[in-house]
Design a protein around this ligand. Structure first.
Ligand SMILES: Nc1ncnc2c1ncn2[C@@H]1O[C@H](COP(=O)(O)OP(=O)(O)OP(=O)(O)O)[C@@H](O)[C@H]1O
Ligand SMILES: O=C(O)[C@H](O)COP(=O)(O)O
Length: 400
């Protein structure tokens, strides 16, 4: 069901109004509290800018990390300089999310002003979706915008509960863009439609794989999960990562692909290592013959070629999960090659969607982020969406 958008709200709806905007500013910080990846901050800007340009008074709310109570390490204060810089306005920060002091700051906020509330998870009521807490958040504003796609799979007070007390409740531009690509392009793709699924374990991707079987023409598998498939087929896998309790499932998935008419491609060769370390010895071996004492940590050169050729004729590609242990330079080639291939396909008009989590980190690391059609800002949220699960933070918004 399509949701009402912030873009539907015009000057008359917004001028002078207090707008509670849930954003996802859960960014990585280093030991000096410096932001190491500001993607989510940049992604939050268009909605805030739109609201400011239409005279709204903007109240931003976000979580950072998973604090248990008030924890200075998880304060949102380090976000203020970057937000201010990107918006071209001095963003104010409150020491709290609710209460008298916050109310005073909101009352003093000029049109176009921006106030960032402190980490909303400093209250345990947030994750409990406590109605009284949601009411207090709602009482700060006249209307609600949810632009926190990365947190849309959580039914929390600031993402779901608040919508019961604050109307209109609409989707921000980032939320909309994520839904357009991850729901729109995936449910109504230009074909052939391929999915590339990697990552560590098959158990965490079963839902996604099964759901994609209903939609894709081609499914390429990589990452740690492939060894469970190999073992299920009777190959020797050495000391590679295998989920013994998922062998039958792997066989069933292969059968299901056949039944659904989906071409399922597994790597034909792998890069193996003598230990799980950046400086391990490595060599390329056929997927069916991994020697004892060696573990597969990346897809091999033949597989890269086969995968690239298979992707050549596609019109839509979605990628979730790295092809190998890309954190170690020696085992990053498969993941890098897929990132480069997708960048090349984008240049030829193919829709390329990176579905969150580590594959996004890999694409950023390769410097190819701006080449893709869409890079999701949500890890868990994009996975749940691809599994076909409804997101509570989206469901709660007003229908279009
Ligand atoms: N062959 C392998 N053996 C062991 N680990 C692997 C292998 N290939 C990839 N990995 C690891 O898988 C991890 C990513 O797996 P995960 O399932 O978390 O992927 P993701 O879906 O991209 O992430 P997220 O869950 O954050 O969305 C990486 O840290 C990578 O090192
Ligand atoms: O980083 C994320 O995936 C989101 O910000 C949600 O965070 P959470 O998993 O702590 O709810």
């Amino acid at each position: 069901m399509a949701k009402r958008s912030v873009g539907d709200l015009k000057e008359a709806d917004l001028k002078g109004k207090r707008v509670f905007v849930r954003v996802d500013l859960n960014v990585p910080l280093d030991e000096n509290q410096k932001i190491t990846d500001d993607t989510r901050v940049r992604a939050a800007i268009p909605t805030i800018k739109y609201l400011r340009d239409h005279g709204a008074r903007v109240i931003l709310s976000s979580h950072l990390g998973r604090p248990k109570g008030i924890t200075p390490k998880y304060s949102l204060k380090p976000l203020v300089p970057r937000l201010s810089e990107l918006l071209g306005v001095n963003v104010e920060i409150a020491n709290d999310s609710i209460g008298d002091e916050v109310e005073k700051l909101v009352a003093a906020l000029p049109e176009g002003g921006v106030l960032l509330l402190e980490n909303v998870r400093f209250y345990k009521e947030e994750e409990k979706n406590d109605p009284e807490f949601a009411k207090k958040l709602a009482s700060l504003a006249d209307l609600y915008v949810n632009d926190a796609f990365g947190t849309a799979h959580r039914a929390h007070a600031s993402t779901e509960g608040v919508t019961k007390y604050l109307k209109p409740a609409v989707a921000g531009f980032l939320m909309q863009k994520e839904l357009d690509y991850l729901v729109g392009a995936v449910s109504n793709p230009e074909r052939p439609f391929a999915a590339i699924v990697g990552g560590s374990k098959v158990s965490s991707k079963i839902g996604v794989i099964e759901s994609l079987f209903e939609k894709v023409n081609l499914l390429l598998l990589g990452g740690g999960m492939i060894f469970t498939f190999y073992k299920a087929q009777g190959y020797s896998v050495g000391s590679s990562l295998v989920e013994e309790d998922k062998l039958e499932l792997a066989t069933a998935l292969i059968e299901k692909a056949k039944a659904k008419g989906v071409s399922l491609l597994l790597p034909t060769d792998v890069v193996v290592a003598n230990k799980f370390a950046a400086d391990a010895d490595s060599k390329v071996v056929p997927a069916s013959a991994i020697p004892d004492g060696w573990m597969g940590l990346d897809i091999g050169p033949d597989s890269i070629n086969t995968f690239s050729e298979a992707l050549d004729g596609t019109k839509t590609v979605i990628w979730n999960g790295p092809m190998g242990v890309f954190e170690f330079e020696k085992f990053a080639a498969g993941t890098d090659a897929i990132a480069k291939k997708l960048a090349e396909l984008s240049g030829r008009g193919v829709t390329t969607i990176i579905g969150g989590g580590d594959s996004v980190a890999a694409v950023e690391k390769a410097g190819l982020a701006d080449k893709m059609s869409h890079i999701s800002t949500g890890g868990g949220a994009s996975l749940e969406l691809l599994e076909g699960k409804p997101l509570p933070g989206v469901l709660a918004l007003d229908d279009a």
